[in-house]
Design a protein around this ligand. Structure first.
Ligand SMILES: [Mg+2]
Length: 272
């Protein structure tokens, strides 16, 4: 079991510990898992504005020439894929329910039966928070999200209360409170951690796989726990937070620096 500790970002920076991380990755076949929003992009107020920079796209493109790269998002698969726009990556959308790779398109059917409930929850949320300025309800394939970064701090407690109130009426849905959004999603034993194992199985290198997972979401914690000491787990955060991840990075720029270091090492390994 992974110990969950309050982290001290200075001591466990993935950049400071890079030599150890690299040694672990080179002990097998690295597979890189990356969350999208807030990990590869800056944090923005409206989700549609989370744009990948050309420079980060270039990094991903080059990295994928050396090892499998999987993008993990709570966005729909189509959405995240169109934002990234690279063909040779693996895409995991809808918080792990949809996977697209060279082997084809996989949809976890445990999510399907929740669609009517998600419809009802969406209606209730739209009705009850329609008058809270800045709150944005977004229906996803297997979730309903309420984005709240633009909500006035004075209105935030009311929004939170309404959300929690509605969440209680849908015990079959799990509520996840992220720093940018609240979300209701199917309460089943399927999450980003299981999607990580699925991707590793589909790539077909389970025995040697060394997954490295970088993310900033509460839902990424599932993946951190699933991977544990089998790989490298990195939380992106600007503040101290309880996490199952072993290392931290401050922001997307540090993420890019770490990926660039990995590209250099993998390129050297190939030319040897
Ligand atoms: Mg994120």
């Amino acid at each position: 079991m992974t110990m969950e500790l309050m982290i001290d970002g200075m001591e466990r920076s993935a950049l400071d510990c890079w030599d150890d991380i690299l040694e672990r990755l080179m002990g097998g076949s690295p597979i890189v898992f990356l969350d999208y929003d807030g990990t590869l992009t800056p944090i923005v107020e409206v989700p549609s504005k989370a744009v990948l920079s050309d420079s980060m796209r270039g990094t991903l493109h080059r990295l994928a020439n050396y090892c499998p790269v999987a993008l993990m998002s709570s966005r729909s698969l189509t959405d995240v894929r169109s934002k990234v726009g690279l063909d040779h990556l693996i895409y995991v959308g809808s918080g792990g329910y949809e996977v697209l790779g060279p082997w084809g398109h996989y949809v976890e059917d445990r999510g399907e039966r929740f669609k009517p409930l998600l419809d009802q929850a969406e209606m209730a949320l739209r009705y009850r928070i329609g008058d809270i300025r800045g709150a944005l309800v977004e229906r996803k394939r297997f979730a309903v999200a309420v984005h709240h970064r633009l909500v006035d701090p004075n209105d935030y407690p009311r929004l939170k209360t309404v959300f929690e109130d509605i969440a209680k009426k849908f015990p079959e849905l799990e509520s996840v409170m992220e720093k940018r959004a609240f979300e209701l999603r199917p309460n089943v034993d399927w999450h980003k951690g299981r999607a990580v194992n699925l991707v590793i199985d589909m790539i077909g290198i389970r025995k040697n796989a060394v997954p490295m997972y970088i993310g900033d979401d509460v839902t990424d914690e599932h993946a951190f726990r699933t991977i544990g000491e089998k790989g490298v787990t990195i939380l992106v955060t600007e503040v101290q937070r309880q996490t199952a991840a072993e290392f931290v990075l401050f922001d997307f720029q540090e993420v890019q620096e770490l990926l660039e270091r990995l590209i250099v090492s993998l390129a050297e390994g190939r030319s040897e």
